[in-house]
Design a protein around this ligand. Structure first.
Ligand code: GLN
Length: 284
């Protein structure tokens, strides 16, 4: 059977690092779940032809304004929107990638950048401040439990935050939500799209799930010597998923921990199988 092709958008930012971790994740899955590493092919995506070959796509961290400008000038913006919003194929955005996947992003000059969309959320760009205010934090990521439990699997994941956005609002999954968002100052929105087939329609009915939060206030007060139980605060939303669209504020690609990549490859396999099933084809 031909390989499942997974692409990394390679216009700007940390795409090379993602490709390295995808390879590592494929090797881990071969060991832990007997999924042959040869089942996957990982490619850099710079053209529509390359995008068309992919079953899943990563939008890396970097600078979302630059990525969107380069995507627009290489005629990739519309094909990317089709990929995420019409085909509803699995997409994962990290940091700048999460901004591009949001339906609404603030702290952005109108006309200054374009969004791809796909996640019904509003992100607050540069939420934690400037580059010099970058930090790392140990994260509990319960969704990784499905990977199994060897010792590394249960340790916290190191979240690397560099001028990171957070999800400041989960928007209702309804038509026209962008119109309301667009009235806000310094906020840009993604154009809306309609589902093109039944599989896409079902995928579009998904709602946003919060997969992880950063207990920021607890962390800050803890360093000041005050102890606050984590459940007493809401925390900043730093990982979300809406059906096949997944976004993280932080940069797993800047660590050597391939657990999220491994988990995401399994999501792609499931999505590929849902499509194959709908067409009556044998499953992978
Ligand atoms: N703040 C950046 C932006 O707006 C994202 C930073 C990152 O990806 N590390 O694109």
């Amino acid at each position: 059977m031909s390989a499942i092709i997974v692409g990394v958008l390679a216009l700007q930012g940390a795409f090379y690092e993602h490709l390295q971790l995808l390879k590592k994740a494929a090797a881990t899955l071969e060991q832990s779940k007997s999924i042959p590493a040869s089942q996957w092919e990982f490619i850099e995506v710079r053209t529509k032809e390359q995008l068309d070959r992919c079953e899943g796509l990563i939008l890396p961290g970097g600078e979302s304004t630059t990525i969107s400008l380069v995507a627009a000038s290489s005629n990739l913006l519309e094909p990317l929107r089709d990929f995420v919003k019409l085909d509803r194929k699995p997409v994962w955005g990290t940091c700048a990638g999460l901004i591009l996947l949001a339906e609404s992003a603030n702290r952005t000059k109108k006309g200054g950048q374009e969004l791809i969309g796909g996640l019904d959320v509003r992100v607050n760009r540069n939420h934690f401040g400037r580059q010099t205010e970058s930090f790392q934090a140990p994260l509990e990521l319960p969704f990784l439990e499905s990977l199994g439990s060897s010792s590394q699997d249960t340790s916290p994941f190191t979240g690397v935050f560099i001028r990171a956005p957070v999800v400041e609002k989960i928007l209702p999954n309804q038509e026209g939500v962008q119109t309301e968002e667009e009235k806000r100052e310094e906020t840009v929105v993604a154009p809306s799209r309609e589902a093109k087939d039944q599989v896409a329609k079902e995928a579009m009915e998904d709602h946003v799930e919060v997969l992880a939060k950063l207990p920021g206030r607890a962390a800050r007060l803890a360093t000041a010597g005050v102890d606050i139980p984590a459940e007493q605060e809401t925390g900043d939303i730093i990982a979300v998923r809406q059906g096949n669209v997944f976004g993280t504020s932080f940069h797993p690609e800047l660590t050597d921990d391939a657990r999220i990549h491994a988990w995401w490859l399994l999501q792609i396999q499931e999505a590929v199988n849902r499509r194959r099933d709908a067409k009556g084809l044998p499953l992978r």
